[in-house]
Structures are given as C-alpha cells and as structure tokens.
Design a protein around this ligand. Structure first.
Ligand code: NAD
Length: 492
C-alpha cells in the first residue's frame, strides 16, 4: 500500500507543523507504515485557534449564513461519508486495528447519520418566549458558544469526532478538532470532505499531534468550550489545564459496564449481547460490558454456552472480513491488558479461556491478545473496578435483584450497562436504579444518533447525540424588552 503523507487543515489551507515534525501512523496488526501527519505543537495550535476565533467573530457561519444552508452543507458531508464508506473504513481499520466488518457496517455509516441528523436539526434551534406580564416582552435566544476545541481518542476515530463536529457546526460554532495521534487519518479525510462541500475556511480546522497538542488546545484562552472524549486520567489534566479560562466542558470518559443477566432472560439472546458488549472492537470500547453479572441459578449454564463462543472468535488482521477481534492499538495498551490479567490471577481469579497473546506468525508483529474470561473474582477487586480497555471480562454470580443492582452500582464509573430479563417490570426497575448514563434492556452496545449518550459519576458529564448535544453546543441569552412608556426607576 502506498504510504500517504497528510497535511493538517487550518483556516482552509493544508499545512505542515511549523517545525516540520511528523508523526508516523502504523497499523497495530503488523507495524506497516500507513501514513504520516504533521506533529503540531503549541504555535500551530495557536494558529488554528486564532483562525477559528477570527472566523467566528465574522459571524458568517453563525448568522449571515442561515441555518438551513448550514444544514445543507452538513447533509452533503453525510452523503459523501456514506458514499466513501469502503475507502474510509479501510483507512480506519488500518490505523486503529479494529475489524473492517465493524468500520464498514457501523463506524462510517453512523458518522454519516450523525451529520444528516444534525443537518435536519440546524434550522430548529430556537429560544422561547417567556410569559412575563403584559407590559414587557421577554424571550430567549439560543446562540453558539464560539470556538469549540475537540479532542478525541483512538477507538472510534471518525465516529466520535462526528458526535462532536456535527452538532457544534449545526449550532453555528467554529471548531478545532484534534484526533488521536494513533488514528488521525479519517478526521483529515473529513476535513477534505468539508472543503469539498464548501464549508467556509476557518470554520472547521483539524490539527494533528499528541498529548502536547491536546494540552495546548485545552489550555488555550480563546477556546470557549472543550469537548473531550478519552480516559478519566487525561480528563483530570484537561480540567486542570482549562481552569484558567473557565471553559465550558463536555467530558466523555471511561467505563466499567455491568451487564446483568436474570434467570428469566432469553439466554441465547443474552449471550449474543454479552459477546458484542465484551469483545466488539477487541474490548477497546468505553461502554464495553466487562462485568457480566449472572443470576446464580443460570450461572453454570451460561458459562457452558458462553466459553465455546468466546474460544471460537476469529482473531486476525483488521482488513480480513472474517476477523471479529483485531489488534490492540499499541504496545502500551497490550502491556496494560497483560498487567490486569496478572493482577486478576494474583487476586485469586481463574481464567476459563484466553489469558495470553496468541501464538503464530500472523500475530508476531501485532498487539494481539486473546479474548479472556475470568471467574472467582469479587466485584471489589482491581480487575472489576479498573477500566482495562481490552478483551478481558469477569463473570460474577448474584443471588437476587437487590444484590445485582448493588454490585452493578458499586463502581466509580457510570457510563452504560445492560439488563436481560423477560419481566419488563424487573427490567424497568433496574433501569431506574442503575447509576448509568445509558441502560439497555435486552440489548447492548446500541447507540443511536437520536438518543443522548454520556456518563454518570467518573464517566464524565455533558451529553453527546440527540437534542441534548445540540443544547450543549449553544448558550442561552435572555432578552427583556420594555413595553411601558412610564417606567418607575429605583434611582429616579
Ligand atoms: P487518552 O485520554 O489517552 O487520549 C485521548 C485524546 O487525548 C488523544 O487525542 C490524546 O492525544 C489526547 N491527550 C492525551 N493527553 C492529553 C493531555 N494531557 N491534554 C490534552 N489532551 C491529551 O485516551 P485513549 O487511550 O485515546 O482512549 C481510551 C479512553 O477513552 C478510554 O478510557 C475510554 O473509555 C475513553 N472513551 C470514552 C468514550 C465515551 O464516550 N465516554 C468513548 C470512547 C473512548
């Protein structure tokens, strides 16, 4: 494959880093060089933010261009994304290590759906009339916030960027997006598409680089809002770095998803859901259902049926259509997964399948790890409390509904989880009591652009998707209009 040399996109121009540094993007499955991108630093980020600010202040995007026209451009971006799914899915899989089946069927199409959804909503952003007494007219305006900085991780590169870019642009903001250093390519392809459809220069900027570039964005005084998706640890430094300028923040962080299987569930369906929840994207999913809580009376039956399914999961190169488990993103991520597997054993856990790097030539150069299932661990151990971000799950028995909810909620995270039961009252009771931003009853891992998504507790705050995200990218102005001729002033 020809190695592509990308530039970053700032103020409608394709640019290199000021100091000429570049980053290599390599395929995590075999270390092949896929592309290079500029490794931008503080000065480059400053340029991009200045451009986004100057563009916002011109008000062309937010006010002179009407909302249906903004919507039209976003819809066109969505259409082109759908059209280029094959090429973009390949690029995404090569740089992230995730199976082509997933990027082709889910990531790129859902990113496109996101642009189409917010394209339709752009013209419906509106304030409200406030019913005061007759002698005054009061109304609100929903206005864009300004320059939005966006920092996204490696696991769903284009999709997570689209969750942010589409509503922010629909609402009239300007954007500086920094993708992960591991997976910057589809964000740059998105910039090409934005340029192609005619999004005005300076409205959408993509900068590339590593933590230093992200830090510069988080700390920049002219970023009005920062929307971050990534780890809870990085979020701490972002909150700290952004505190000087008191930016508005959306934080989409880690998780440790509980997946609850009650004895009365449809076990076949539940196992399908557990498989998707646990091993999609080789477990590098913030909403992954990594704590599988199973009612005691069906525990043995569940294990009997579940383990052979896990053992049969095809692992391989991300571009192979048979692959269901690809490569982890980096050596550091692989080391982290191995550390937690060792910890699980030290804590008294028993491994029923997996637990090591796969053997064989195909795997030698890649960051592969076998899907791994632990039992005999309690919910309070490190492996059950910390986000591993790899194909490692723990199955824990529970006696009744009360205990299931207590175990599920016993976590610092609160992103998403599932409940499997044929008793709808039990399902809804659990949905009410789980301290999670998303609860699926009889499904798992299902996100829809229309439905809000985000965390409770240390999984973050703010919401993506749905009407909620649109409202997170606007601010409310109240306008009071005096209708009385004779006004009594306090200091007449
Ligand atoms: P990460 O926090 O290491 O990096 C995310 C982004 O932040 C990258 O672009 C990186 O360059 C940048 N960054 C790193 N250090 C920074 C700093 N000090 N200041 C500013 N930016 C900095 O996360 P990752 O390893 O890329 O992704 C995995 C994490 O993301 C997991 O914890 C996962 O749960 C989380 N995640 C959350 C969601 C969600 O919606 N809640 C979705 C996907 C992933």
């Amino acid at each position: 494959m020809k190695v592509q040399s990308y530039a970053a996109y700032v103020n409608g121009k394709w640019v290199q880093a000021e100091n000429g540094n570049i980053l290599e993007v390599r395929c995590p499955a075999d270390q092949e060089l896929v592309a290079t991108v500029p490794e931008m630093g503080i000065a480059d980020i400053d340029q991009a933010v200045r451009a986004a600010k100057a563009t916002f202040l011109k008000e062309e995007w937010s006010s002179h261009m009407n909302a249906p026209t903004r919507g039209k451009l976003l819809r066109e971006i969505g259409r082109i994304l759908h059209e280029r799914v094959d090429e973009l899915a390949k690029l995404e899989s090569l740089s992230s290590g995730k199976p082509i089946l997933e990027t082709s069927l889910i990531d790129i199409h859902m990113a496109a759906d996101c642009f189409e959804y917010y394209a339709d909503l752009a013209a419906h952003i509106a304030g409200r009339q406030v019913p005061l007494a007759q002698q005054a007219l009061d109304f609100t305006l929903r206005e864009p916030i300004g320059v939005v900085g966006m920092i996204v991780p490696f696991n769903f590169p284009l999709l997570l960027a689209s969750f942010k870019v589409a509503p922010a642009l629909a609402a009239g903001n300007t954007v500086v997006l920094k993708p992960s250093e591991f997976t910057p390519l589809t964000a740059l392809e998105l910039a090409k598409i934005a340029e192609e459809v005619g999004v005005p220069e300076g409205v959408f900027n993509v900068v590339t680089g590593s933590a230093e570039a992200g830090k510069a964005l988080a700390e920049h005084a002219d970023i009005d809002k920062l929307s971050f998706t990534g780890s809870t640890n990085t979020a701490r430094s972002i909150v700290h770095g952004s505190s000087n300028s008191l930016k508005r923040l959306t934080l989409e962080l880690g998780g440790k998803g509980p997946n609850l299987l009650f004895a009365d569930c449809d076990l076949d369906q539940a196992i399908n859901g557990v498989m998707t929840g646990a091993f999609m994207n080789q477990g590098e999913v913030c909403i992954a259902g990594t704590r599988i809580l199973v009612q005691e009376s069906i525990f043995d039956e569940f294990i009997k049926r579940f383990i052979p399914r896990v053992e049969q999961l095809p692992m391989g190169h991300p571009l192979d259509w048979n692959t269901r488990v690809g490569a982890l993103i980096s050596k550091a991520q692989l080391d982290k997964v191995e550390y937690f597997v060792r910890r699980g054993l030290e804590e008294g856990g028993r491994i029923l399948c997996g637990g090591r790097r796969p053997q064989g030539e195909v795997y030698d150069k890649g960051f592969f790890f076998e899907p791994t299932v632990f039992v005999d661990l309690t919910n309070d151990c490190e492996v059950c409390q910390e986000e591993i971000f790899g194909p490692v799950v723990v199955v824990i028995p529970f006696s009744d509904e009360e205990e299931a909810i207590l175990l599920a909620n016993d976590s610092k995270y609160g992103l998403a989880g599932g409940v499997w039961t044929k008793d709808i009252k039990k399902g809804l009771r659990a949905a009410r009591r789980l301290k999670l931003g998303t609860v699926w009853v009889n499904n798992y891992n299902l996100l829809r652009v229309e439905a809000p998504f985000g965390g409770y507790k240390m999984s973050g705050f703010g919401r993506e998707l749905g009407l909620e995200a649109l409202s997170d990218y606007t601010q409310v102005k109240n306008v009071y209009v005096e209708l009385e001729d004779e006004i009594l002033y306090l200091y007449d």
